[in-house]
Design a protein around this ligand. Structure first.
Ligand code: PRP
Ligand code: URA
Length: 214
């Protein structure tokens, strides 16, 4: 199994994540449980992706006395799902950052060329002042994610963190080579892509499994 060593790339190897991922991959897992697991994994991955958010001191008063505590320092967050499958991760990240704004990038892969086709893009107006968490369960060739990063850089976003559940080495390399500052989190680095650009061993088509469209 390939390893990719880059400080911008992190595999979330927590036992809870790996356990849930094994159920997600199983072809006998039904739509309802699949959807629940995608959301739960997004919570765990989002927690890790926000680990280095800066803190500031705040004075508060407990029922007993005044004290100084830490709060996240003015970090504004936007969650950017890549439609459709990325939508399955939004509520999970929103449980961690309920005030986050949500922007959408609509993209589908051409089944023959595997090239991404954009059909929708809408970001919050102050996107350039926000840390953007781009969510999509699958990173295969990297075409969809690099296109989403391109739109965000064009909108002057400085801090982009991508959260995927299952990634192929080809896609990880494509994303890291495309953007020198991007950060990429995944729950698993799988073996390879097949001739249809599906991830092996993978979990199949994430969008179809979330929405029961196959
Ligand atoms: C899947 C997946 C990613 C993309 C990954 O979406 O959710 O967006 O493919 O492949 P890539 O890295 O080769 O670009 P898909 O195009 O199947 O659309 P869907 O989410 O609407 O099912
Ligand atoms: N998109 C998916 O949903 N699954 C893959 O394996 C590759 C792309």
């Amino acid at each position: 199994m390939e390893t990719i060593s880059d400080p911008r790339f992190k595999i979330i190897d927590h036992p809870l994540v790996q356990h849930k991922l094994s159920i997600l991959r199983d072809k006998s897992t039904g739509t309802k449980q699949f959807r629940e697991l995608v959301e739960e994994l997004a919570v765990l991955e989002g927690y890790e992706a926000m680990r280095d958010f800066p803190l500031e001191d705040v004075e508060i008063e407990t029922p007993l006395e005044k004290t100084t505590c830490k709060r996240i320092a003015g970090k504004k967050v936007a969650i950017i799902p890549i439609l459709r499958a990325g939508l399955g991760m939004v509520d999970g990240v929103l449980t961690l950052v309920p005030s986050a704004r949500v922007g959408h990038v609509g993209m589908y892969r051409d089944p023959k060329t595997h090239e991404p086709h954009q059909y929708y893009c809408k970001f919050p107006p102050d996107i350039d002042k926000r840390t953007c968490l781009v969510v999509d369960p699958m990173l295969a060739t990297g075409g969809s994610l690099t296109a989403a990063i391109h739109f965000l850089r064009e909108a002057n976003v400085k801090d982009i963190r991508c959260l995927t559940l299952v990634s192929a080495p080809e896609g990880v390399r494509a994303v890291l080579n495309y953007d020198p500052k991007v950060r990429l989190y995944t729950c698993a680095l799988d073996r390879e892509l097949n001739s249809d650009a599906y991830i092996l061993p993978g979990l199949g088509d994430a969008g179809d499994r979330i929405y029961g469209t196959k």
